[in-house]
Design a protein around this ligand. Structure first.
Ligand code: SAH
Length: 293
């Protein structure tokens, strides 16, 4: 117990050191936890660039996911009206609570995958900006979770591993175009802001990173009769990428080939194409046409 207390004291002392060096000091006694995807962003310039890219201003309520030691949180708290920071690691939460005890930062010890963003929206009464250097091991599920709460969010500026960022902004007929591209581009306008090298983090990840800003759309980018069905069609089309649309859809949606053929024909889409060549609006036309089976 005594030892823990002493260590806690040392941590806090070191965390509170000057914020202005280019590499922010962190407690040497903290062992980063792989299971929480901990790669702390320590380059002050990159932190600034992310916040500038997010366009955070004094009217904004910001949700930060995985604040870590709170380096980005500090700067966010200067720029935003209020910052809610959701962190899963209890050890970090106690450091953070101490560090931000008397300002516009609220530390929430919770799992971002279960966090109720609708509840937060109701409490603050306006749309939320999400800004985060995400834990890469769960970045895609976190993104899907945030998209579920899209009506409560105005924009999301997020650090991903570079290959995920590439998929978010990918266009049809490219190797990166897939389910993630369609989901992201159906509900948001994603733009790749800049790349970040592993050296900006401690410990450095094995991959390059990139920051993407996703601007939420008031309406999905293409209109479709049944959004859920469209997403099923998209999943089926990409489920077996090397198959033709005709084969991928009939096995993925458990439909008769004849029916899929008829639906494709009605939508004016050649069944020998691959799913990765379809635009969002073709997916929408196709799912409207599949709806009759
Ligand atoms: N934003 C910080 C830390 C990034 S590392 C920085 O840039 O320095 C990812 C952070 O997400 C870690 O603090 C990790 O503990 C936290 N984290 C991991 N899984 C999480 C989850 N499910 N919910 C909330 N936070 C999580």
């Amino acid at each position: 117990m005594k030892k823990d207390k002493a260590e806690g004291g040392r941590m806090r002392a070191e965390v509170n050191k000057s914020f202005d060096s280019s590499l922010i000091p962190h407690p040497s006694s903290f062992v980063s936890k792989k299971r929480f995807g901990q790669h702390f962003l320590r380059d002050q310039n990159i932190i600034r660039k992310i916040i500038d890219g997010a366009g955070v201003s004094k009217d904004d309520i910001v949700l930060e996911i995985g604040p870590g030691f709170g380096d980005m949180t500090s700067l966010l708290s200067q720029k935003a009206e209020r910052v809610m920071a959701v962190e899963l690691d209890r050890e970090l939460c106690s450091i953070l609570s101490e560090k931000f005890s008397e300002n516009n930062v609220e530390i929430i010890n919770a799992d971002a995958l279960k966090f109720d963003i609708g509840g937060l929206y109701k409490r603050v009464g306006r749309k939320i900006k999400v800004v985060a250097n995400l834990p890469y091991n769960i970045s895609t599920p976190v993104l899907f979770r945030l998209l579920e709460g899209k009506e409560y969010i105005s924009s999301m500026t997020l650090m991903f591993q570079k290959e995920v960022a590439d998929r978010l902004v990918a266009k049809p007929c490219t190797k990166d175009y897939g389910i993630l591209s369609v989901f992201a581009q159906l509900y948001t306008v994603p733009s790749l802001l800049f790349k970040v090298s592993p050296h900006a983090f401690t410990p450095p990840p094995k991959v390059d990173s990139a920051v993407v800003r996703l601007e939420m759309l008031a309406e999905p980018s293409v209109k479709t009769d049944n959004e859920e069905l469209m997403l099923k069609v998209v999943k089926a089309a990409f489920g077996q990428r090397r198959k033709t649309l005709l084969n991928a859809l009939s096995s993925g949606l458990s439909l008769l080939k004849n029916d899929v053929e008829a639906a494709l024909k009605r939508a004016g889409i050649d069944g020998s194409r691959r799913g990765e060549t379809l635009t969002l609006s073709e997916f929408s036309t196709l799912s409207n046409s599949v709806a009759s089976f």
